[in-house]
Design a binder for this molecule. Structure first.
Ligand code: XIL
Length: 405
């Protein structure tokens, strides 16, 4: 175990200088191609890890990237307040962040810094990306976001420690249970410890339930039994006692069987003293299916004494997107926000990406798209204006009731 931990390497640190020198007699004609290929490989690696720090701005001037731009405090349009300026105290308004957008697109990053006061890594903190090889961590993508958030006065929502999806291939289902448990514990501990005090909340477990409310058949359940959920929360809590720990799922926005089962699971975990602080409602919704009883549903979870959060909201539209569909989409966004505003325990409202140009929807839901607040050119859509309007209407009213944050 100690050997294994000490073997853990940090790929963000520069590797030791290569002591192997090219043979002195190597011909000049070979040197140039080798140099060029090496240069290309280095550039490709920097792009892949989101480490490119300087890009050419659209106007032709060299600009600091995206990630390093100063706090953007200008409203989106003259006279209009931004979402983060309108959001009531005690509530966060966030977006999932695409690493490439953050590295390569200054307009993307500026809007991210201007409109939101919280960020979630869309992919950079998933196991496959963070620990691509056993004990070898690739921190740059996640670090970049955490540093961006700190420069822009934003809080970081960590997503996600334990999930059945996006696992690296090296975690083998053939391993004995004890080995699987050790790897899981080490992964949770390593990641949460690194960002101790810098990540306000973690999705500790993601999507542990099936649609019928039973525990999802995953490697973790098969090998470790249902206790892996409580263990993961305890390990995360030990690594950062100050972080808020969430259980996150989809298909629970309405009062479904899955939502009922999650309510029971959270109640049981808390009865057993497991440090579950909150429930995340992913909210991947469609333009023609508003979740009508969302606020009542949020409230019954809040009554357990936990925080609730909208963690991954997007509202997909069947393509082609027409003005009528975008209007109905806006109504769904508005309704979810108003449900969150109505429940004091709803401490965070996060959209799963803010621009249609970087949304996961077209790649995963055939025939659907246009799911975000801004279009592909970063122009605000009716959905964005609906959120601004909803927040403005709410301004001045108090969110009376217990706020577990
Ligand atoms: C998605 C990302 O948006 C995609 O870029 C990635 O290829 C797959 O995962 N529920 C979750 C998120 O908890 O992690 C998923 O994110 C969307 C569904």
């Amino acid at each position: 175990m100690i050997d294994q931990l000490s073997a853990r390497r940090d790929v963000s640190r520069p590797p030791p200088a290569n002591p192997v020198r090219p043979p002195i007699g190597r011909s000049r004609s070979l040197r140039l191609p080798i140099l060029l290929v090496s240069l290309m490989l280095v550039i490709a690696a920097l792009f892949a890890t989101g480490l490119v720090l300087v890009v050419k701005a659209r106007g032709g001037e060299s600009a600091e990237v995206a990630g390093s731009s100063p706090v953007a405090s200008e409203p989106a349009a003259p006279g209009r307040k931004t979402l983060r300026e309108l959001t009531p105290p005690g509530m966060r308004i966030g977006s999932a962040v695409d690493g490439r957008g953050l590295s390569l697109d200054p307009a993307y990053s500026t809007l991210l810094g201007t409109e939101f006061n919280a960020v979630t890594t869309e992919n950079a903190m998933k196991w496959r990306n963070l620990e691509p090889l056993p004990g070898v961590y690739a921190w740059p993508g996640a670090d970049q976001l955490v540093e961006f958030a700190e420069r822009h006065g934003q809080q970081v929502y960590g997503h996600t420690l334990v999930w059945h999806s996006d696992m690296p291939k090296w975690v083998s289902p053939e391993w004995p249970a004890e080995r699987i448990r050790t790897e899981l514990r080490d992964h949770v501990t390593e990641v949460v410890s690194r960002y101790r005090g810098r990540v306000w909340a973690w999705d500790v477990v993601n999507e542990v339930l099936d649609e019928d409310g039973s525990l999802r058949e995953t490697l973790w359940l098969r090998k470790l039994g249902p206790g892996y959920i409580a263990d993961a929360f305890r390990w995360a809590h030990a690594a950062d006692p100050g972080a808020r720990l969430f259980i996150n799922d989809y298909g629970i926005e309405r009062r479904t069987r899955k939502a009922d089962a999650l309510l029971t699971l959270v109640r049981d975990l808390r009865r057993d003293g497991v440090p579950v602080d909150g429930v995340g409602f992913q909210s991947h919704l469609a333009w023609d299916e508003p979740p009508r009883d969302l606020s009542r549903n949020l409230r019954r979870f809040a009554e357990l004494g936990v925080a609730v959060a909208i963690t991954e909201l997007d509202v997909r539209v069947e393509l082609p997107a027409t003005p009528e569909k975008l209007k109905r989409q806006a109504a769904v966004y508005r309704q979810v926000l108003s449900s969150c505003l109505a429940v004091p325990a709803c401490v965070s409202f996060t959209v799963w990406g803010f621009t249609d140009s970087r949304s996961w929807i077209p790649g995963y839901h055939r025939g659907y798209g246009a799911a975000c607040l801004f279009d592909a050119d970063l122009s605000p859509k009716p959905a964005y204006l609906a959120l601004v309007d909803e927040l403005s209407r709410h301004a001045g009213t108090t969110r009376a009731g217990p706020n577990p944050d």
